[in-house]
Design a protein. Structure first.
Length: 232
């Protein structure tokens, strides 16, 4: 079954028997993500950056061009109401003066919205985007060192510690104090992966995962007096 034929969902782009729209959470966040996406990523069904935009409606989307920066992105970077961060793992000593640690209390004291720019593409593409985007060179750099290996299995990884785009967003939400949002976004990523792998084998997901159950419970319409979660 093709993922691009008429049997695919118009929204999540997966085959209709693997549609994940019912699991999609609607999250509210005090931070925002700017996805600077390589042009070849827009049509890839394995792209995970779009999962961020599906869950967080304040996500901003920009297309990367080597010679022509997106003017909308440049205007946003110049907006004094935002503190922008460029997210990329770099151990190059030349960038050591740019690497900063995100401090939640300090960010709150500044009174600006924290905006994280994610380079959305393969690791080779992201490295090229990092090198070839001088208009981002003045931004503080967050170089993440995740404690756990990436759970992304839909493409071959160059390194186990290299996270995919949605995993990076989940880590940043956690760092920003939004632990529940981080967990929910990661659940949606896991559900996407489960359904994508099932679609590759031309069948529906055969058993409901714990992530699927949690998201369904989260998305249930509540009646007055309904309590979701543990009760004492």
């Amino acid at each position: 079954m093709s993922m691009t034929d008429g049997s695919s969902c118009d929204s999540c782009k997966l085959p209709k028997i693997n549609c994940i729209c019912d699991y999609r959470p609607a999250l509210k966040s005090n931070i925002e993500f700017c996805l600077l996406t390589h042009e070849s990523e827009f049509q890839k069904p394995t792209n995970t950056g779009r999962l961020i935009a599906e869950c967080l409606p304040n996500t901003r989307l920009y297309k990367w061009h080597r010679t022509e920066p997106d003017q909308n992105l440049l205007d946003h970077i110049a907006n004094p109401d935002y503190q922008h961060w460029l997210v990329f793992p770099s151990d190059d000593p030349l960038h050591s003066n740019r690497i900063k640690y995100f401090e939640l209390e300090e960010a709150r004291a500044i009174g600006k919205t924290s905006s994280f720019i994610l380079l959305d593409g393969t690791w080779q593409q992201a490295a090229k985007m990092f090198r070839k985007s001088p208009y981002l060179n003045h931004l503080p750099l967050i170089s993440m060192a995740p404690e756990q290996a990436s759970q992304y299995t839909l493409r071959r990884k160059s390194q186990d510690h290299h996270l995919c785009t949605v995993e990076i967003a989940s880590e940043l939400l956690n760092i920003a104090g939004e632990v529940e949002n981080s967990s929910i976004l990661n659940d949606y990523f896991q559900v996407f992966s489960q359904h994508y792998l099932a679609a590759k084998s031309s069948h529906a997901v055969k058993c409901k995962s714990k992530e699927m159950s949690r998201l369904i419970e989260l998305n249930l319409p509540l009646t007055p007096g309904t309590i979701i979660g543990e009760q004492e």
